[in-house]
Ligand binder design. Structure first.
Ligand code: THU
Length: 138
């Protein structure tokens, strides 16, 4: 059964799917799109950007979060994250992205989508239990 979403979440998933079309993934062929929604309503997208060294590849989620930060967003400004890939099973954020997303987005809802449906709705606290957190440094 397809999950029914609020209109703002539908728009977030649509933005992630569109961003996926810009993925630079000549090495893996695996294109991913991501989108974050800020509390002021802005949606900022990202796609994976691969590199011939492989290790320097950036995932779609980190690109979306870093773009948002570069446009002024700060921890507390993020409301939700969507990720889209052409897979039947969900494509959840990798471990590195979970830590980066946590830094800025904390415990936001996460929508994982294929090209035509949302397969998983979860939260960052479930994807990254017991996170290392900037609050520990204070
Ligand atoms: N990738 C993402 O962009 N996001 C994910 O959630 C998982 C993996 C990218 C990294 C690489 O370009 C390709 O997918 C294959 O791992």
């Amino acid at each position: 059964m397809p999950l029914t979403l609020a209109p703002e979440d539908d728009a977030l998933v649509a933005a992630a799917r569109l961003a996926r079309q810009h993925a630079f993934a000549p090495f893996s062929g695996f294109q991913v799109g991501a989108a974050v929604r800020l509390r002021d309503g802005r949606i900022i997208t990202g796609c994976n950007v691969e590199n011939a060294t492989y290790g320097l590849t950036l995932c779609a989620e980190r690109v979306a979060v870093f773009k948002a930060v570069s446009e002024g967003a700060r921890p507390g400004d993020f409301e939700a994250l969507a990720v889209a890939a052409d897979t039947t099973e969900a494509t959840p954020p990798c471990g590195a992205c979970r830590q980066i997303v946590w830094e800025f987005c904390r415990d936001v809802p996460v929508l994982l989508a294929s090209l035509d449906e949302v397969t998983v709705v979860t939260r960052m606290a479930d994807l990254l239990p017991l996170p290392f957190d900037a609050r520990l440094l204070r």
